[in-house]
Unconditional design. Structure first.
Length: 587
């Protein structure tokens, strides 16, 4: 007959490789890695919040010059605002010198209550000097700072939330600026930290730790049970704006995961709980995975948190890229933006959406596979264990292409939408393409093979291989001048057989055949048709050997069987051949 069917199953095979669960799970782990690392920002806020309160207290002595009185043994001063005590300064001994308008305070305690009376913070040092002329207060020795909550209704002692040690503090009464160039150490229930150099602006209510920020947070449920190590070149607390800024390079380390950024900003709510964290300036997440490494970067990473500190949503924008490299090959991912929704109290993934020029690519063992779409959504489900997750489904939210290429052939699959479903073990179970699917396959220098259908449905076996492909609705195949069409086509991998039903039609330059059902075994090149088989041959076509009369040649039979490689076809069961007025009939 001269017609050979298009081996659609090859395209499906490549499609299976690209969207197999291993690759989808890898991209999901990138999102999980991003969720875990941005979570580290939350832990840092507790240290930052406490330090901001400390620096605010250091600015208070500017009003001391207005109320100092000389006492030989004790000294006390109350800072008042609208008949409310904001702070108290006490010293066990005060000495005023005759020359230089100087006074010396010994065993100094400063207690800050705040405008609302909700604080009970203490600053203690052995000795401070006070210049009555300039209003400058200097405390050269070591300074201990304890930050506490307000007293409870039962008058129980408040718990210490932060302890700070520094030295050589200077407060300028003219400008309202306080500064200490020395090292700063702080400890809190979650961990310990240190820095170098402190400045505080009373007018702007901004505290800065100038250099060498380092702190380590103890393991917690929100950090995945791992200690957190955070480093930065500077720390700024904007108390009025309830904003904390770590200037970079900033590095956050959690086990084998690391986040680097030029700047990290943390916005607080009215209770000074972290609600929104932003990593800017080309932030990058790095993760070691066995024999491979994963890098994920973007223009901006964002985390949105609940008042309890759990991450509710993550976002990466301004050009998201990911690269994973192993001994077997490499995987890459890119999109304009990625949004991740998490469970409210577990920091586990619920849904991930990528939008804007989404591209996922894998290269292994000489095979390159690429998925491109306008948007992609991935749904996650809980596993059998509390800490387990798996991908439940993935779908493209716009037109998509899946390309596969090796040394011998190139396959391209297009559809307005693809959907993938996964088992509880995370294995890819089904790939569906809808509302107009096109498969294009090119082998060597041969003509491209193209198939189209309304829907495409590929099933996968436990070993990860596709087991069967169904195409429905106006199914069409084409290669050069060879064509086929039907309402339904099924490709079975075990038998390597294609079955066409629903008024199948096969045609090429010299023939056209219709039947009720057509099966083609591509492994051995066998073709069979049954159910009202009807063939038409054009004797003027090149290579025609049928010549019983004039005009076209028609054949009909109950069934047809033959070889697509040799071209030998047998019509049987009420077989009839006619050309013009010549007729030949036989069983």
């Amino acid at each position: 007959m001269g017609w050979k069917p298009v081996p659609l199953y090859s395209a499906s095979n490549r499609t299976r490789d690209l969207l197999r669960n291993q690759e989808a799970a890898r991209y999901a782990r990138w999102a999980a890695g991003a969720a875990g690392l941005i979570t580290l920002l939350v832990a840092g806020i507790y240290a930052v919040r406490a330090i901001s309160a400390v620096r605010h207290r250091h600015a208070i002595p500017s009003t001391v010059s207005a109320g100092i009185q000389q006492q030989s043994q004790t000294f006390s001063y109350n800072g008042m605002e609208k008949n409310r005590t904001i702070f108290t300064i006490r010293a066990s001994r005060a000495t005023r010198f005759k020359e230089g308008n100087r006074a010396l305070l010994e065993d100094v305690w400063i207690t800050i209550y705040g405008r609302a009376g909700d604080r009970n913070d203490n600053i203690h040092t052995h000795e401070c000097s006070y210049d009555q002329k300039t209003g400058t207060v200097k405390c050269k020795g070591e300074v201990d700072i304890d930050l506490e909550g307000s007293n409870t209704a039962s008058n129980a002692p408040p718990q210490k939330s932060l302890q700070v040690k520094t030295s050589n503090i200077t407060f300028d009464g003219q400008t309202g600026e306080a500064s200490a160039p020395e090292a700063v150490e702080f400890s809190l229930p979650e961990g310990r930290g240190r820095g170098l150099g402190v400045s505080y602006s009373t007018q702007a209510a901004i505290v800065r730790i100038e250099h060498a920020i380092e702190f380590t947070m103890a393991p917690s449920e929100r950090s995945g049970g791992l200690p957190l190590s955070i480093k930065g070149s500077g720390l700024e607390i904007r108390r009025n704006d309830r904003l904390v800024v770590l200037s970079g390079p900033v590095t956050i380390q959690e086990g084998e995961r690391e986040l680097e950024a030029d700047k990290i900003s943390i916005a607080l709510d009215e209770n000074f709980h972290a609600r929104h964290a932003i990593a800017e300036g080309h932030p990058t997440i790095r993760l070691s995975q066995g024999n491979g490494a994963l890098d994920v970067s973007a223009g901006v990473f964002e985390a949105f948190l609940s008042p309890e500190g759990w991450i509710e949503r993550l976002a990466a924008s301004d050009g998201v890229t990911g690269l994973r490299q192993t001994d077997a090959g490499s995987d890459s991912f890119s999109s304009a933006r990625v949004d991740i929704a998490l469970e409210a109290t577990r920091n586990v993934l619920r849904e991930m959406t990528a939008r804007g020029n989404v591209t996922a690519q894998t290269q292994q063992k000489g095979v390159s596979q690429v998925l491109k779409t306008t948007a992609l959504r991935v749904q996650f489900a809980a596993g059998k264990q509390p800490d387990q997750q798996h991908i439940e489904s993935a779908e493209t939210l716009g037109p998509a292409t899946i390309d596969s290429k090796d040394s011998q052939e190139t396959t391209e699959l297009r559809a307005p939408k693809f959907t993938a479903q996964f088992t509880e073990t995370g294995r890819l179970a089904r790939l569906v393409g809808g509302t107009g699917v096109e498969v294009r396959r090119q082998t060597g220098n041969s003509s491209a093979q193209v198939s189209t259908a309304e829907t495409f449905n590929a099933l996968f076996s436990p070993d990860g291989q596709w087991s069967a492909v169904d195409e429905r609705g106006d199914v069409r195949f084409e290669q050069a001048d060879r064509h086929a069409s039907s309402s339904y086509a099924r490709i079975d991998r075990a038998t390597d057989e294609i079955a066409l039903t629903g008024s199948p039609v096969l045609s090429d330059a010299m023939s056209r055949t219709t039947a009720g059902r057509v099966t083609i075994n591509q492994k051995v090149g066998h073709i069979a048709a049954e159910g009202g088989v009807m063939s038409t041959y054009w004797p003027t076509a090149q290579g025609s050997s049928v010549s019983l009369g004039s005009g076209v040649v028609h054949l009909s039979a109950d069934k047809l069987e033959g070889s697509t490689s040799s071209g030998r076809i047998v019509y049987s069961g009420h077989a009839r051949l006619w050309q013009g007025e010549s007729v030949l009939e036989s069983d």
